[in-house]
Write a protein that binds this ligand. Sequence first.
Ligand SMILES: Cc1cc2nc3c(=O)[nH]c(=O)nc-3n(C[C@H](O)[C@H](O)[C@H](O)COP(=O)(O)OP(=O)(O)OC[C@H]3O[C@@H](n4cnc5c(N)ncnc54)[C@H](O)[C@@H]3O)c2cc1C
Length: 456
Amino acid sequence: MASISLQRPNFLNSPFQSPASRRIRHGASPQSLRVTASSRSSFDVVVVGGGIIGLTIARQFLTGSDLSVAVVDKAVPCSGATGAGQGYIWMTHKKPGSDVWDLTMRSHQLWHEFAERLTDQGLDPEEMIGWKKTGSLLVGKTSQECVALKQKVHELTEGGLRAEYLSSADLFLKEPAILVDDDTGAAFLPDDSQLDAHRAVAYIEKGNREFATEGRYAEFFHEPVTGLIRSDGSSKEVTGVRTLKRNLYGKKATIVAAGCWSGSLMHDLLKDSNISVGVPVKPRKGHLLVVENFDSFHLNHGIMEAGYADRQSASAPGLGVEERMLSISMTATMDTAGNLVLGSSREFVRFDTEPDETIIRCIWERAAEFFPKLRDISIEEFIRNRKVRVGLRPYMPDGKPMIGSVSGLQNLYLAAGHEGGGLSMALGTAEMVSDIVLGKPSQVDNSAFQVKGRCC
Ligand SMILES: Cc1cc2nc3c(=O)[nH]c(=O)nc-3n(C[C@H](O)[C@H](O)[C@H](O)COP(=O)(O)OP(=O)(O)OC[C@H]3O[C@@H](n4cnc5c(N)ncnc54)[C@H](O)[C@@H]3O)c2cc1C
């Protein structure tokens, strides 16, 4: 994997320290160079941000319309939250009837169709995008959690999904690596899936680049956007963006999909105008451990502890180490390469992306409470084979992304704030953005995601 990232993960000096060679670089694929459409600077759509949201939006315009698209990123794809994502395409921890339910359902349908299309083309979805239909297990370890899980299974079934409650014995049969006792149980959703964010991004980028030959696509990486271009200099019509190197014009739309940077970026872009759009997206740091060459046990499913949803709200700025523990929920998957991927943490520490050894140790210890065989692995072996990914989730205080036009500014749109569900919601979001820009009826009611009324 080539390239660099502004948000490169690295390691602290501690007994857990890894050699520099173990660093994961959140770069894109080797082809991650700018695809030039000659020196063209005028497009129909300019997308700011080349994370999963920006790239899938570009893909949607390219495949679903005849518009031309430019993607501009201050770094490269996968340098933001996307490169750290675990890849759950899950409904297990979602609530039927919640604002994000329909969008997530639609998005998952589109991911499934995406994977099926690959198969139809004779390609292997697992190889192309890391797609695995493993099913998901949401595991409870107390009798109260198991009662809640039974209720959850009921609600998910009522919501139209296949879901089943597993007693400790049934759970053990499905996933023998999990420690079970009488108070253990799980919600099982056989249709949940997972993907590999890096592979999916590389595949989507490759598809987008095929439109470059027709002059419909270009990407500009390592080019931070620094300003908005408005017709007549100050009118309300946005006609593109300024980067450090050039002006990029978007005749029909400029879409800000800059993840956790969307709030500060919008602030900077509008600071010289009399328009104020306070986008409340803020960074929520997350760590993920990747244990390579893992052969102590195999996981048949994606796994998450039942407290995951509660812990989403347990982290707050200024907490001490003990409280920060609360922000850790066990998540475990095996990726396409057979690596064990363990998560995850949630913290508000502004834009800090330094790996934190305390958090890394807590994630490992939390995982060992569920998978006791991990305790047999020596620290040395763990250090030798581990990689750490750190990413900043785009957190929204009201728990749902902002998708829509920015009021007061014509042709400017936002698609940001997906927190821990951006991979899962990407294709649905891209479809929604495209429908809004093209004035088509939306597949999913978009009113809950409107920007209007949610800025501060
Ligand atoms: C540890 C962890 C685990 C996760 N697991 C999952 C999971 O299992 N399932 C799931 O669905 N989601 C998961 N997520 C969440 C998911 O990764 C995010 O919701 C998603 O990646 C957000 O995508 P994005 O494109 O909005 O943001 P990003 O990927 O952060 O992309 C934003 C882009 O904007 C660019 N940018 C910023 N400022 C500028 C500027 N001024 N000019 C130009 N470009 C700019 C950045 O360089 C970046 O590339 C996880 C996240 C973390 C951290």
